[in-house]
Each structure stands twice: as structure tokens, then as C-alpha cells.
Ligand binder design. Structure first.
Ligand code: SF4
Length: 344
């Protein structure tokens, strides 16, 4: 992976490598303590490292802030740092850039995309939206900046049901791109919505048949699930919530054992915050580790170190997209604070 052992000569060379590989493929100096070096460079450059709960444990441990999409976007909106390194996937780094257009936003590996965001290409979404001219668009944060720019409000799994419920009753709504989350939000909010037909490749793969076998093995365990899971899993869940909500539930619940149906990166925080609880990762339908997000796992400590040293790959967006996409994100942050979901 890191096959180039000499440091690049200039910005042009770095840019060429980023275009070719999606990251800076230079091997970090032999024998360095990556944790200490990342800390040092962060301080030197006034940089902040934000990490999603689905990152590997070592990245979560070195991050300045770990959270779900809603918490990370609020953190990105509030930071005083000059550089934001986003250890997550591309749409998250784009969101940070939209909220901080004058700051440098780096992502360790540009290849860290998202199957759900990719399931909603902007051109196809524009055609879909044109079929419903009187409708407002509610988009999940897991969308490209271009789709956000076509939206009236953004939501995350932490606030989707509450925000949809609070929208004016005479608004007709489109929800994109996750149809499982959309169906769950319709059920919770009592609002009808037209759903875009997208799913997350990780959450759609959990199989209730396999989970049922696990429940027989662990009869006292509670099943907790992310709303991107299929309805067959959600209808059997004891608790449904965003990644943060699942974490808080494990910490606060008197139960001792949980089957966790979401990306297993969250188990690291659950074990840290609730060491006395027994956690079982829900299995996927197939005999594979496809319940792990391959996009999230592209980030490594080495790539984070290189991103900080070489200030690349950088996430850039044109001004018009930033302007159009910022309004629906800010609307979400305002509504989340007004509804008491985020602290003011
Ligand atoms: S877990 Fe699913 S929604 Fe989240 S980044 Fe991976 S593919 Fe996208």
C-alpha cells in the first residue's frame, strides 16, 4: 500500500499521487510512533481530527472527537481549528467543508465513499425530484453535496423522525436515499413520504434468520438495531436508534447482554463506556465480515499521518454547491437544537 519511500518533491507530485491512488502513498519514516507524531503535527498545524464511530479502534482513540454524523457535523461547525482531518467517509468530509468553506478539510483516503450515497446519483435524483414539483426534499446526511444542494432539509438517523414530525403539516415530502430509514421515519412520525430506493450495503446485510439463532443461544440478550437495517430486523428489535442512541442505550440499560445490529466499529466505544456489558455483533446473511463497512475501514493511522504532513487529499467544492448545500444542513442543526436533540 505504501510503496513509495521517498518524500515527494513538491505539491505537483503530491497532487499526482492523490489523483492516481486517492491518498498519499508515501511510507511514514521507519520506527516513528504514529500516535505521538499525529499528536505533534495536529498541534503544530492547529488541526483537529474528527472520527466516526465506525472507524478502527486506534483511530477512535487518537481522535479529538468521536461521534455519529449529527455530532460530527455540529463539531465541524463549531471548530476553531485551521485544518479538519475527517476520519470517516467522503460525504462527511464534504459536510465539514460546506460548514467551513474557508478551512482546509482533509480526508485520509479519497476512495472512502459510501454505497448509500452512491445509490443516489445527483443527475438521477434531479429527474426523480422533477416528477414531484410540489414536494419538499428531506435528505439523509449520507448523500453527496450535490444532492444536499437539491434538498430542503438534511437529517441524520439521530434526528430524522423528530424533524420530519415537526415539519409543516401541509408539506408533501420526498425522503432520500435510504428506504429503510425512510420507512422507519414514516412509521415513527406518522408522515407519508415518497422514498428513494437506496440502502446501505452494510446494514441491509443483517439477517434476522441468523439473529434468531443468536437469540436462541443468548436468550437474555436484547437486540438493538440501527434504522438502516431491513424491516425484518427492525420489527424484532428491542431498541432502534442511531449509532449514538445505541451507545447510550447500552450504557444506561440495566440489561447485561446485547446483540448489536450495526457496523461493529461502535463496539469499541460501547466496551469503553460499558465494560461490564456483554456485546455480540449481529451476523450478516453470508459467511463473511460484510457487516463491516469497507469504505470506513480504508482509513488508517498511516494515511492520517500523511494527510496531516502533506495536507492532502483535500476536499474541495465549488462555491455554488457550498452555498446551496449549507442552508439545509444549517436548518437541520437549528431544528435539532430547537427540538432539544443537540445542545445549544
Ligand atoms: S456503513 Fe453504510 S451508510 Fe455508513 S458509510 Fe458505510 S456504506 Fe455508507
Amino acid at each position: 500500500m505504501f510503496h513509495i519511500s521517498t518524500a515527494p518533491l513538491n505539491r505537483e507530485q503530491i497532487q499526482k499521487w492523490v489523483e492516481e491512488y486517492g491518498y498519499v502513498p508515501v511510507e511514514p519514516p521507519l520506527g516513528i510512533d504514529l500516535f505521538a507524531e499525529i499528536e505533534r503535527v495536529k498541534k503544530e498545524k492547529n488541526a483537529i481530527l474528527l472520527a466516526h464511530y465506525y472507524q478502527d479502534a486506534d483511530i477512535q482513540d487518537i481522535a479529538d472527537f468521536v461521534g455519529d454524523s449529527l455530532e460530527l457535523s455540529q463539531k465541524a461547525a463549531q471548530t476553531q481549528a485551521d485544518i479538519i482531518v475527517f476520519a470517516g467517509v467522503h460525504f462527511m468530509a464534504e459536510t465539514a467543508k460546506i460548514l467551513n468553506p474557508t478551512k482546509k478539510v482533509l480526508i485520509p483516503d479519497l476512495n472512502a465513499g459510501c454505497s448509500l450515497s452512491d445509490s443516489c446519483p445527483p443527475e438521477r435524483f434531479a429527474q426523480f425530484k422533477a416528477q414531484y414539483p410540489e414536494y419538499k426534499v428531506v435528505s439523509y446526511i449520507n448523500t453527496s453535496a450535490a444532492v444536499k444542494a437539491m434538498s430542503d432539509i438534511i437529517v441524520t438517523s439521530s434526528n430524522a423522525a423528530a424533524i420530519v414530525q415537526a415539519l409543516p403539516a401541509d408539506w408533501k415530502l420526498i425522503f432520500a436515499p435510504d428506504k429503510n430509514l425512510g420507512a422507519y421515519v414514516m412509521h415513527k412520525s406518522g408522515r407519508e413520504m415518497v422514498l428513494w430506493d437506496g440502502v446501505c450495503m452494510v446494514h441491509t446485510i443483517f439477517s434476522y434468520q441468523k439473529i434468531r439463532q443468536l437469540r436462541e443461544k443468548y436468550p437474555d440478550a436484547l437486540l438493538i438495531a440501527h434504522p438502516e437495517c431491513e424491516p425484518s430486523v427492525l420489527e424484532h428489535a428491542d431498541f432502534i436508534g442511531s449509532t449514538s442512541a445505541l451507545l447510550n442505550y447500552v450504557v444506561q440499560s440495566p440489561a447485561k447482554q446485547f446483540i448489536v445490529a450495526t457496523e461493529p466499529g461502535i463496539l469499541h466505544q460501547m466496551r469503553k463506556r460499558a465494560p461490564d456489558k456483554d456485546l455480540v455483533a449481529a451476523p450478516s446473511e453470508y459467511s463473511c465480515s460484510c457487516n463491516t463497512c469497507p469504505h470506513m475501514k480504508l482509513n488508517t493511522l498511516e494515511k492520517i499521518y500523511n494527510a496531516l504532513i502533506y495536507e492532502a487529499p483535500e476536499v474541495t467544492l465549488d462555491e455554488q454547491t457550498i452555498e446551496l448545500a449549507r442552508r439545509p444542513i444549517e436548518r437541520m442543526l437549528e431544528m435539532s437544537r430547537a427540538l432539544g436533540i443537540l445542545k445549544k
